[in-house]
Ligand binder design. Structure first.
Ligand code: HEC
Ligand code: HEC
Ligand code: HEC
Ligand code: HEC
Ligand code: HEC
Length: 373
């Protein structure tokens, strides 16, 4: 009888051992500042439920299979079934709608290399009190989780599990951030600046600042202004424009973006010269863009890419000088150059049938002016 009882007991214990994977919302109880920022960032919006641009592209690539899930829905429980199309995304599952979740990011133990993309090695094995990794010197104890420091959260290597490189299904590499990355590249320093406030609610006052989790990037007007530095000079009908890439990566990381410098000269409020009229591609030097070609050499979206039709980029922390031959300028003429950024190149937006205003809109970065004396 006792024996039967203990078996029964064992069974109930193992049934209860199915521990809930921590949702991002569960962190809010203690890390309210970080949670608020995280919610406003692109990471929790990464899945096809919350990012229309991504969802549209996913359907173009494959209506049934969701191979993108490894990076865009990394916390899902049924990764294999999702990637192979055996199971479909389910908006009632928080492990799917959470996107790049707090817990997913904080239990990445190591990063492995693979030609298609890097792989995040998960530390989680269903523990009741899981371990989160970070970079704090001596984290205080918490009832919710153990804390452990881990080198990759300091060197920014933790970002590379998803941000390094990616091949399409044909095996062609459609993006590579890694070529410009070494352990000195401070992704965290630029994208997670120190912010004043508490890390953890109950420890109010124990630490005065924490690292921001807004992860601002090309969706932020403020960050776009920090992308490049522009310099102008004029001598003997020659206008010189210097474009300095201030970022820790190439100007184009995601191959569907479009970024360029538009330069105009005005005399008595009339435009007398510009580096291009309508299409920025007419000034290839000042335009940063990637256009892929398919098997027939025709312009195509990343999924059908086999090579480049056009590849204009500028490496991390480097600069280029463009010299324009312009009309002879006179006193009072004004030269103005403006940095312009698009989430999606309008040419590709048309190809993909994307029309949503907030995705196709243009964003303005820094401007530089020169008045002829
Ligand atoms: C190896 C990881 C990885 C895989 C796999 C992956 N992506 Fe991404 N994706 C990213 C990262 C990282 C970004 C952010 C890059 C940036 O902004 O430069 C991103 C951004 C995007 C964006 C831009 C979203 C926006 O709102 O601006 C689109 C669209 C996109 N991915 C589509 C896809 C599709 C479709 C697939 C699957 C066929 C896919 N991705 C697979 C890592 C990945
Ligand atoms: C019951 C409160 C509580 C909850 C809930 C909680 N934490 Fe924490 N967490 C703490 C405390 C306390 C610390 C230590 C803070 C300090 O040292 O200043 C901490 C520290 C951390 C650290 C830093 C670890 C290090 O070594 O650098 C990370 C990362 C972290 N928590 C992630 C999470 C995530 C992700 C969640 C949600 C899944 C979560 N926490 C939920 C209380 C909590
Ligand atoms: C588990 C995968 C994953 C990890 C790890 C990860 N990211 Fe991301 N990140 C993404 C995806 C996917 C997106 C694109 C979300 C979207 O637009 O749909 C993204 C978006 C971003 C953006 C916003 C870009 C924009 O379009 O404005 C920044 C900035 C960023 N990540 C920086 C980082 C940094 C820094 C780290 C390391 C601390 C990191 N990420 C770690 C997957 C990841
Ligand atoms: C010196 C500062 C700096 C460093 C270092 C840096 N970034 Fe950025 N990054 C920026 C700025 C500024 C932008 C926004 C401007 C833009 O995207 O044109 C940006 C944009 C991005 C974007 C969105 C780009 C796009 O066009 O889709 C991603 C993703 C990103 N960074 C990830 C990373 C990762 C991963 C690392 C580390 C390998 C890193 N960043 C290192 C400054 C930096
Ligand atoms: C894209 C990956 C990513 C996501 C998503 C993310 N974090 Fe972090 N977090 C980091 C990294 C990297 C650090 C360490 C930065 C450093 O100090 O070098 C960090 C630091 C922390 C710390 C320590 C604070 C400090 O000042 O060092 C806490 C606590 C934390 N995260 C909690 C959270 C919570 C809670 C969420 C969700 C609301 C979250 N994180 C989402 C990457 C992430």
């Amino acid at each position: 009888m006792n024996f039967l009882l203990s078996i029964l007991l064992l069974l109930t214990i193992s049934a209860n051992a199915e521990v809930k994977y921590p949702s991002s919302e569960s962190c809010n109880e203690c890390h309210e500042n970080i949670y608020r920022e995280h919610q406003s960032s692109m990471h929790p919006k990464s899945s096809l439920f919350k990012d229309e641009f991504h969802a549209t592209m996913k359907d173009i690539v494959n209506k049934n299979e969701y191979g993108c899930a490894v990076c865009h829905m990394p916390a899902t429980k049924n990764m294999r079934a999702m990637m192979s199309g055996k199971e479909q995304p389910d908006s009632t599952k928080y492990r799917q709608t959470d996107g790049v979740s707090c817990f997913f990011c904080h239990q990445i133990k190591k990063i492995y290399d693979s030609p298609a993309h890097k792989i995040n090695y998960s530390n989680y094995s269903g523990d009741k009190k899981p371990t989160v990794f970070g970079n704090l010197k001596k984290a205080y104890e918490s009832n919710e989780h153990y804390s452990e420091s881990n080198e990759i959260y300091k060197t920014s290597e933790v970002c590379m599990g998803c941000h390094a490189h990616k091949q399409n299904y044909i095996g062609f590499e459609v993006c590579n951030v890694e070529k410009g990355y070494d352990k000195q590249t401070d992704c965290i320093g630029c994208h997670m600046p120190r912010t004043s406030g508490t890390i953890e609610k109950k420890d109010k006052g124990m630490r005065e600042s924490y690292v921001s989790h807004e992860f601002l990037g090309v969706h932020s007007q403020k960050m776009i202004k920090k992308a490049v530095k522009l310099e102008l000079s004029y001598k003997n009908s020659q206008l010189k424009l210097t474009i300095n890439n201030k970022m820790g990566h190439a100007i184009i990381t995601h191959p569907m973006r479009l970024k360029y410098a538009k330069t105009i000269i005005t005399r008595d409020s009339k435009i007398i010269w510009s580096n291009f009229k309508e299409d920025p591609a007419n000034d290839k030097e000042a335009t940063f863009v990637i256009i892929f070609k398919d098997i027939d050499g025709k312009a195509t979206l990343p999924n059908k890419a086999l090579g480049y039709k056009l590849n204009r980029n500028l490496r991390a922390n480097s600069s280029k000088v463009i010299t324009y031959k312009v009309p002879k300028l006179q006193k009072g003429d004004i030269v103005k150059t403006t940095w312009v950024s698009y989430l999606i190149n309008p040419v590709l937006a048309k190809m993909a049938g994307i029309t949503a205003k907030d995705i196709i809109k243009q964003s303005i970065g820094i401007q530089e002016m020169l008045t002829i004396k």
